[in-house]
Design a protein around this ligand. Structure first.
Ligand code: GEK
Length: 243
């Protein structure tokens, strides 16, 4: 898929409107996420390897908040010789439309379903792997416990959740230091100070990061037996939780 260059926050005055996953975002999404999320590619590579590891014939993988299907493609790549179905879910109609074209175009013979649905409502069962690659951060914090519990219940024994999130740190000085290094990463990728600050304003109260301790506690409370970080780059982190 050809991606335009992300110029969405290059200009404008006053407080920007809250960030939405609309067609304008879809048109630049691959460029936006690569230039904004440290370690994004490495995380996808890891997801592919984990999918190969956790795949169980006759079961299903879920990609919750699939956007244009990058994590779905990683899962399909890791499970290509296995009898494993894939369900990809997103609540943005524009994302789902393009994601369907990408996945069915690249894997026409695979058992892939792309659902336009809210992940808080999706039915999860017989899952060997559930991936939420930078999606939980957009779910209101008060609703996160219930979603993680439902994922746990939908996994087979030995199945896993991969949860990638932007995180915050309890120590305000460390938190600020990480935010500044992330902004340095974005500047090195060509974003201006104005773009960085306008995107930050647009994401306020839309993307709500939590600490690693919050995530670990929630997954432990849900019943996961092993919870660990497997990848981190600055304040972006991917965790694995095994049922
Ligand atoms: C990737 N995983 O490239 N229900 C369904 N979808 C949702 C919900 C919800 N409640 N809330 C947000 N989304 C992808 C990247 S992007 C991350 C994921 C980012 C969807 C939203 O529409 C968007 O497509 C996605 O979650 C988050 O590996 O842009 O930072």
């Amino acid at each position: 898929m050809v991606s335009g260059k992300d110029r969405l926050f290059e200009s404008g005055q006053g407080h920007p409107s809250p960030f939405e996953f609309n067609q304008a975002v879809v048109d630049v999404f691959p460029d936006m996420i690569e230039r904004s999320v440290p370690g994004y590619r490495e995380t996808l590579q890891g997801i592919s390897q984990m999918a190969a590891h956790f795949a169980r014939d006759g079961s299903c993988c879920f990609d919750l908040g699939c956007s244009l299907g990058a994590a779905s493609l990683a899962i399909l790549n890791g499970t290509r010789d296995r009898d494993v179905a894939l369900v990809a879910v997103d609540s943005s109609a524009a994302m789902v439309k393009s994601c369907e074209q990408v996945l069915h175009g690249e894997y026409p013979d695979s058992a892939v379903r792309v659902l336009l649905q809210d992940i808080r409502k999706v039915d999860i069962s017989n899952a060997c792997l559930v991936v939420m690659n930078y999606t939980l951060q957009f779910v209101p914090p008060a609703q996160r416990d219930e979603l993680i519990q439902r994922i746990y219940q939908g996994l087979v024994d030995g199945g896993a959740l991969i949860l990638s999130e932007k995180i915050r740190f309890t120590d305000p000085a460390l938190d600020q230091w990480m935010i500044e290094r992330h902004h340095q990463f974005k500047r090195a990728n060509g974003y201006s100070d104005l773009e960085i600050s306008r995107k930050r304003d647009a994401l306020e109260d839309v993307l709500v990061p939590e600490t690693l301790e919050d995530h670990t506690r929630r997954m432990g409370d849900a019943g996961f037996s092993m919870v660990s970080t497997w990848f981190q780059s600055l304040n972006f982190c991917s965790m694995i939780a095994i049922r």
